[in-house]
Write a protein that binds this ligand. Structure first.
Ligand SMILES: [Zn+2]
Length: 355
């Protein structure tokens, strides 16, 4: 008791939250203290085993979830998202953004809608992929959305999350035609970029968003593939630079052209790969070599990446596979002045990046 009384309350809270994170596997430490919530943007990369589910909680208290992970596994991904939402103090997700209609992004919608209140679904409109599996996933999504509010968006639109700015850069295969930021100069990386193949899948129709809070900027292009990336990066980079890059497509080598990745000049990248999904050595190298990059954090060790193409284990939320995979996440607290802190909920490792 004496020891506790003499301990700084903040330290106690930190120890408590850290312990919660370690036991629940999903929450984060001190930086998520209540007082901080009011003045920072929180971002939670939920582990959905190689799919995407990223929860943004604005300082206003409004929330936006980008994608919902997979269906099945007894609602595993929906349960993980709801657990993280609870940790963040979110009782209702104001916007659920569905980047595209592939299973690892839209599949969790029915299970999620049963477990938490959802304000508005945001998507790019009808499915345009000619495949049975995607038609089936889109139909399951429609069955939920028909009873909910829905917003179909196009490039140039804004998702009106109070307290942050969410710009739509791409949707349904289209892209913004004018510069959101950056310079008038041509992107010198375009000339050496190989011509990418056409992509007739839903990946190429991904919603791509730029999230801004103060001078902090985050880019998340869903599973956008190379040809569409180049629409944003060449001949001029329409995006400008960002602080945090969500590595597209879980690190699959169908995405992440050097012309885009290096041009956006991210300080930190987060890859939502699975142990055996995404995490390609080629993409890892492109991101790793990006000018100005300080660190790459990953949800999983990439088996394909081996010793050469993974970050140090401290930067990986889930180094093991199967029974060794406990579904830990990566959390970010971003401030108005552009500084941000990244936290690995497995080991409590946190690092602050100054502007
Ligand atoms: Zn995906």
């Amino acid at each position: 008791m004496l020891a506790m009384a003499s301990t700084h309350p903040g330290r106690l809270r930190r120890a408590f939250l850290l312990a919660m994170g370690l036991f629940a596997g999903l929450s984060g430490p001190a930086t998520f203290a209540k007082e901080k919530r009011r003045e920072s943007l929180q971002i939670y990369f939920v582990d959905v085993e190689g799919g995407q589910a990223t929860l943004f909680v604005s300082p206003s208290g409004q929330s936006m979830l980008v994608d919902t992970g997979w269906p099945g596994f007894d609602g595993r991904d929906a349960k993980r998202i709801v657990a993280v939402a609870r940790t963040a103090g979110v009782k209702k997700i104001d916007y659920v953004v569905v980047t595209h209609y592939h299973t690892d992004h839209v599949g969790g919608v029915p299970a999620l809608a049963k477990r938490i209140k959802i304000g508005t679904f945001v998507d790019h409109g009808p499915n345009r992929e000619d495949s049975d599996v995607t038609r089936k996933d889109f139909a399951a999504y429609q069955n939920v959305v028909v009873h909910a509010k829905r917003m179909v968006v196009k490039p140039g639109d804004i998702i009106p999350v109070e307290g942050i700015t969410v710009n739509l850069l791409t949707a349904a295969g289209e892209h913004v035609s004018t510069r959101v930021a950056g310079t008038e100069a041509e992107n010198g990386l375009c000339a050496s970029e190989p011509e990418p193949p056409e992509d007739a899948t839903e990946n190429a129709r991904s919603l791509g968003i730029l999230v801004t809070y103060g001078i902090f900027r985050l880019l998340d292009l869903g599973d956008l593939t190379k040809k569409k990336e180049l629409d944003l990066a060449c001949p001029k980079n329409l995006i400008g630079t960002v602080d945090l890059l969500v590595v597209s497509h879980h690190g699959s080598n169908q995405s992440s052209t050097q012309a885009l990745v290096h041009a956006v000049h991210a300080r930190v990248a987060v890859m939502d790969n699975g142990a055996r999904k995404g995490g390609s050595p080629e993409v890892w190298q492109t991101v790793h070599d990006s000018p100005g990059l300080e660190d790459l954090w990953q949800l999983h060790t990439s088996v394909e990446g081996g010793a050469e193409h993974n970050p140090p284990e401290a930067y990986i939320a889930n180094p093991g596979e199967g029974a060794e995979d406990h579904g830990y996440g990566i959390n970010v607290v971003a401030n108005w002045d552009g500084t941000f802190t990244v936290v690995n909920t497995r080991n409590g490792k946190e690092k602050t990046y100054q502007k």
